[in-house]
Design a protein around this ligand. Sequence first.
Ligand SMILES: Nc1ncnc2c1ncn2[C@@H]1O[C@H](COP(=O)(O)OP(=O)(O)O)[C@@H](O)[C@H]1O
Ligand SMILES: O=P(O)(O)OC[C@H]1O[C@](O)(COP(=O)(O)O)[C@@H](O)[C@@H]1O
Length: 308
Amino acid sequence: MVYTITFNPALDYVMRMNGDLDIGETNRSQSEELYYGGKGINVSVVLNELGISNVSLGFIAGFTGDAINEGVAKMGVTTDFIKLPKGISRINVKLKASKETEINAQGPDIDQASIDALFKKIDAIKDGDCIILAGSIPKTLPSDIYEKILKSLEGKDVIKVVDATKDLLMKVLPYKPFLVKPNQAELGELFNVNIETDEDIIKYGRILQDRGAINVLVSLGKRGALLIPETGEPIQMGAPSGKAVNTVGSGDSMVAGFLAGYLKTKDYYEALALGSAAGSATAVLPGLADKETIDIQRQKIVDGDFIC
Ligand SMILES: Nc1ncnc2c1ncn2[C@@H]1O[C@H](COP(=O)(O)OP(=O)(O)O)[C@@H](O)[C@H]1O
Ligand SMILES: O=P(O)(O)OC[C@H]1O[C@](O)(COP(=O)(O)O)[C@@H](O)[C@@H]1O
């Protein structure tokens, strides 16, 4: 079974505006949309679209948490969230003005009993399963929770995927994650450098591998992605053509597509192609990628029809 964990699920409130955002003034939006979000949940939804059934684990709280649970279950994903005794799951605001601005909230407090309940669920993960740890952790969670989870899986033959930033990512590398997926800015942030060239991406990606990551996938927005696979040369892939409408969740969709592609074919080129198709399918749609759009974007890769 494939499991995703979202420590900090969210309702993503997308507000579309004409022109610029006026900081310090009252702004009015043209239209609004609401999506169920949080990185692991996004991965679950897109995996499900691609025919990989999975269980979405994590913490929810309050009426927003109930809405997330119901909404995600309605999309066909099996949910097994732990309900926190206090607080509400966060609402992340995504402002689409002439520039895109995101405000991601901190999220509810997580008590020790709920953490213990999560570890009990993780204990049931067995040989042959996959786990995806994705996204930020609320400030009340111990900052080594990702490491603790991966440590608890040691000795089991489990595919581990981590999509996180900064220390959260650096500290899990010794547990040999099968895949890590920083974007270009996040890769630079890990080493306190500004990364500008493909040579730099490969150089720093290889450092992540030296420290334990098996495959490093660096996503580059509309420029595509660069995969540094466990063996062989890096593989570059452009983003299939299409006009971006909402890129929130593109990175998560890429992780889902990559994993689905790998599980189906055990081939890294195929995995990268399906990852790129899923990432761009999300970018060109208002919400997350659906199967039909992923297939269209995948065909563009076959046809060599890329943005750049
Ligand atoms: N503006 C865009 N147009 C088309 N495809 C995009 C766009 N932004 C992202 N993608 C696709 O989604 C993938 C992941 O996006 P990226 O923005 O790099 O991830 P993240 O959301 O983690 O920052 C890219 O590699 C690309 O294939
Ligand atoms: O857990 P974090 O890092 O605060 O991010 C949460 C946000 O990331 C998202 O999962 C989108 O992530 P990406 O755009 O990086 O794919 C949103 O759905 C959510 O609001």
